[in-house]
Each structure stands twice: as structure tokens, then as C-alpha cells.
Design a protein around this ligand. Sequence first.
Ligand code: ARG
Length: 455
Amino acid sequence: MALWGGRFSGQSSELFKLFNDSLPVDFRLLEQDIQGSVAWAEAITQAGVLTQEECQTLTQALAELLAEVKDTPEQIIASGAEDIHSFVESQLIAKVGDLGKKLHTGRSRNDQVATDLKLWCKQEGAHLLSLLIEVKQGLLALAERELDAVMPGYTHLQRAQPVTFGHWALAYVEMFERDISRLQDALNRLNTCPLGCGALAGTAYAIDRQALAASLGFASATLNSLDSVSDRDHVIELCSDASISMMHLSRMAEDMIFFNSGEANFIELADNVTSGSSLMPQKKNPDALELIRGKAGRVYGSLMGILTTMKALPLAYNKDMQEDKEGLFDVMDSWSLCLKMAALVLEGVKVNRTNALAAAQQGYANATELADYLVGKGMPFRQAHHVVGEVVLHAIAESKPLEALPLEVLRGYADIIAEDVYPHLSIDSCLAKRNILGGTAVEQVKAALTAKQAK
Ligand code: ARG
């Protein structure tokens, strides 16, 4: 039975019921709805609406209900209730009779759903934080294992300068640390309780809203009833934080897909996160990483969805807002799955040091070193850049690396070049020179890693 039949003389059409009901989505708020209902029963008891005994009966019945249905969502959905709030209330009435009808005194589904969803966001947000930390730990472990493995660093997907694998992994640690701080920030901001705001104007019962907020684990109560029941900023923020984090995950996935390709072959992914081809027996495809890259799209889609749903909605609650949950649930599920999968992929990554080093040695990744050498001998950098460009052109024509060009050839371009140029062109020298805060020198990367591990 619907919660609101009295004013109606006609029945809802079947299509309307199907269209309007949100139970198939919001059944996931069961625990939060019961938690909120218990806190509300206690709050209205303090306000003199219920006796202690009635309160006890209600809270006990709510606890029983939770135990009975929490592991069987299909049973909840099969009830045909309009939404999770109606489900809980009708089950409560079935258990305790007329007393169950008192629980909704002074409360509206508008402050109820706002509270339930914030409770859910807090719980799920904490879970996501722990998963982000896991991925970060996985990257730190990889950085430690492969600290000094050399690989080409890229700009424009052209080999640019050599870097270490440890440096690459720590770049993603920076990104996930920002994701962690963004999520913590969002969780702090949403930590206010809308319960007691009623439908839109505040409840007419003498509820101590701060005490109620504290009893539900919120930092404080919200301050404006109109805003409280119509605010979905937290949904948008979580979708936005997830989108940024999925962007990071997709970039990491893309890097590894390329590193794992036959063309690069710098890493090998483990068997447990790759799959074969039904036709080509030689294939080992990076499906886990491709799916991480792919799922970023649906997460961005949900962010756009909720932003567009909320755009220009008049105060206060509108049914449009029921559309908030499906996208949010999907975002948080996808984000958490991708983080778990990323952690598993990182665990099994093997670096093919020989290939990665060989690639770093090709592609004139040491051209900047030659220019810096000329600068060291007194040539202005812009001129040195031009001269080295000419040397590179020559080397390409001969299919040789810079260090394979004889001294007389090099001196033909700049007579300040001497025998001491060759050590400058080695990979080790390229790396060692970048011993600057944020640089790729092994010593710097080691220090960066130690600092992260100590955090
Ligand atoms: N199922 C609704 C939602 O998710 C609950 C709030 C209903 N409020 C109302 N006034 N119809 O938004």
C-alpha cells in the first residue's frame, strides 16, 4: 500500500507505478533508512511524541527487520513498495501494528532520503578512500621494486628523455594522493545531517537537531531546511571526484597498455589480469586495463547526468532528484571495481629491463645532454639546440645513436666538442644529472619514495 492514499479516489496506472517507484534502485539504502529511523524514533521520544516503551518496541522491530531482509534484496524488491522508505515503514506496521504508524511524525521522505543518502555517501566514501590508499601502496611497492629500471620518458608519445620506472610510478602516486585529499574534502563537507528539516520548512516538533545529527555520526546539523532537502552537491562532488580519479586510472591504464604492447614491450602483465583471443593463439590481451580505461566513460556520463538533472531545479524537493541514485551507485561501484582491479594489475607487473633500457637508448633521448654539454663549454643554449638538431639529422641519416658518431664528425658541427663529450651522452649521466627536487635521478626517486613511505 502507498503511504499517501487518502487524498486519492482513483488508482495509479501500472505504467505510472513502474515509472515512479524507486525501490529497484534505492533498496540499497536499507541499512541507512533503518539507522535513520532508529535515530528519529529516539528524537521524537525526547520530544514527547512516543513513550520510552514505544520507542523501544519500534527500534527493536527495526533491528529485527534489518536482520531479516538485509541479505535478501530480492525479497525487498519483490514487496512492490514504492521506495525503501515505504518498504521499511510498511514492514514496521506489519510487525508492530498501529504504533508503526507513529514513526513518521514530524518527518518527511524528503529529509529522510537526504539523510539516508548522505549516510550512504559517508560509508561508501570511506570504503573508496581505503581502496585509493591500496592503489597508492601498490604503486609504492612497484616503485620500490623497479626504482632504477630505465625506460624512455615520452612527450607527444615520442621518446623524449630517459626516466626511471620508479619515477613513473611515483607520478601516479601524486595523482592518487590528490584524489584522496579531494575525497576527504568532499566527505568533510557532506558531513551535515538534514534530518528534522521535514518536507521543506523544518519540523514542527521540538527536536534537538544537533543531538540527532551527532547520534547518526554527523559532525553537525544542516542549517537551512529548504537547502537541506534539495541539496545534492555531495552527489555531484562524489561523481566529480570519481571522474577525476577515473581519468587518472585511465591514463595509468593507457600507459601500461602501451608499455605492454608488442611495440614497446617494457612490461609484462600477469596472466591473472589478461585474456586470450578466441582466434589468435598468440594473443595476451590487457583486458583489465582496457576496461578501466573504458569505464571512465560511464562515470563521466553519470556526472553529466546528475549535473543536468539538478540544473535550474526550483527549491525545494522535486521528484527529478530521485534520479540521483542510479548514477551515483553506478559511479561508486565502477570506481571501486576499477581501483581494486588496478591494485591487482600493479601487483603482477614485471618490468622487462633490457627492452626498456634499449628503447631509452634509441630515439636520441640524450640530445638534450649534448646541448647542455655545449652550454657548459660556453655556447648559448639556443645556438646549442640548433647545432644538436643538425647533429641528430646527421646521425639519423647514418642510422646511428649520437654516442656512435666519431669525434671528428661531432667537431665538424662545433669545434668546442672534445673527447669528454662521450660520458655525458650515457644514460647514467642523463639520469644522474636530474638530481633535483622532483627529478628522475635515482637518488631523488629514492628520497621521494622514502618520504611517501614514511607518510
Ligand atoms: N524515492 C524518493 C527519492 O528518492 C524519496 C523522496 C520522495 N519524496 C516525495 N515527496 N515524493 O527522491
